[in-house]
Design a protein around this ligand. Sequence first.
Ligand SMILES: Cc1cc2nc3c(=O)[nH]c(=O)nc-3n(C[C@H](O)[C@H](O)[C@H](O)COP(=O)(O)O)c2cc1C
Length: 200
Amino acid sequence: MMASEDKSFAAPKKPRILLAASGSVAAMKFGNLCNCFSEWGEVRAVVTKSSLHFIDRTTLPKSVVVYSDDDEWSSWKRIGDSVLHIELRRWADILIIAPLSANTLAKIAGGLCDNLLTCIVRAWDYSKPIFVAPAMNTLMWNNPFTERHLLTIDELGISLIPPVSKRLACGDIGNGAMAEPSLIFSTVRLYMEQSKLVSQ
Ligand SMILES: Cc1cc2nc3c(=O)[nH]c(=O)nc-3n(C[C@H](O)[C@H](O)[C@H](O)COP(=O)(O)O)c2cc1C
């Protein structure tokens, strides 16, 4: 064995993936997304109140713990108790928000933090990556606010997985549909492997 070879018998650490859903119709694919990532990493999930209208909890892998705004407050009673959004930010190697709603995009760009997800983003350590996959109606996507907000989050160092054009759930045809979960997974995995954040 050469001196530079790894003599450790320890299994390589699985990446800790924090997956988040906000209130776009595409949150219906959140179970699929969690399944993609669970085969590769350790997954925890964060959901906004609106996203729960679209997520079928039975599609989520049993191994994935799901956190919502209620958990933030039920786990904190007094000084000294752990603060959930800080604990999750510390735990995660990466945060992926898919789908990213127009509302949550605007809140992140404006620095607002009025729920568990936006508190995690506001308290984020930007030495670690954040990816977002927006999903919204075409006119929402084409609204001038979207470009402004995307420019701002790009400056923060947040990576965009762009939406695609197709017939949307509302019946309109155009850009704004979330990228497929398999594409989101392969994009993030490639990034993590190329950045040597995980072993290949
Ligand atoms: C049926 C329905 C579908 C919606 N679909 C979308 C969507 O695809 N994208 C989006 O950005 N907002 C959509 N919205 C609006 C968001 O759910 C709303 O802005 C909400 O406040 C988002 O909250 P959140 O960002 O905290 O998850 C939809 C609302 C409804 C009632």
